[in-house]
Design a protein around this ligand. Sequence first.
Ligand code: PGA
Length: 259
Amino acid sequence: MKRMILGSGWKMFLSDSEALAHAEAIAAYGTEAQGLELFVLPSFTALHRVTERLAGSGIRVGAQNMAWAEKGAFTGEVSVLSLKEMGVTHVEIGHTERRELFGETVATIALKLRTALQHGLTPVYCFGENAAEKRNGQTERVLAEEFREALHGIGFEEAQTIIFAYEPVWAIGVAQSAEPEEVNPIIGSLRSVLAELYPSSKEGSEFRIVYGGSVNLDNFPKLLEQPHIDGLFVGRASLVPENYAEMVRQMTRKAAEQR
Ligand code: PGA
């Protein structure tokens, strides 16, 4: 039985002291969350303190990026070894802001996925079509091509530990999420692509696929209802502790219904 997933990406919105205060404010909600996988992604500099604060809370902590190499001449990068020493369990890979603003490519994303898996971190692998690709009806083709490249050489068992975060680029950081009814069949088609890549799969149902992009309390219930969606990945809206608490509550209820 898959656990429903609620991810919270803090981006660069919080200073270290603000991140710690936020961790303090949400720490108690983890214990209420039965049957969920909760994770938060603070900035690198806040990881140490947030990981310490949330230890044992039921809320896991991840990094927003990492180097593909373990060690060496990689100025300004952060190693998977350091993340593990801090007790980090998740790592976001390939967020659209990393791709668009910092030149990340599918090739480096593929390397990072392998490094994370080799070291037992859970990759939160972000991908999604941009507005032009959507307009031109290329969404499914673009995403399938990226999967083939990014997942090449990754085995079926390992791929099941990845959290696939479908985040249409045009739906991030805006007022409205993508329409829940449109997201569901796209995630369904991604399961078919995964089933093709992994013939032992039962129609891609083993894979954990979440939606992200302007999730808020208004669209949360409708997104949660979509059968192909295994969870939600939230940016801005999750930075208000009361909103986060309500999201945890709604998802816990949903997870209980599914059991
Ligand atoms: P948003 O961010 O919820 O603020 O749109 C989502 C994301 O970038 O993952």
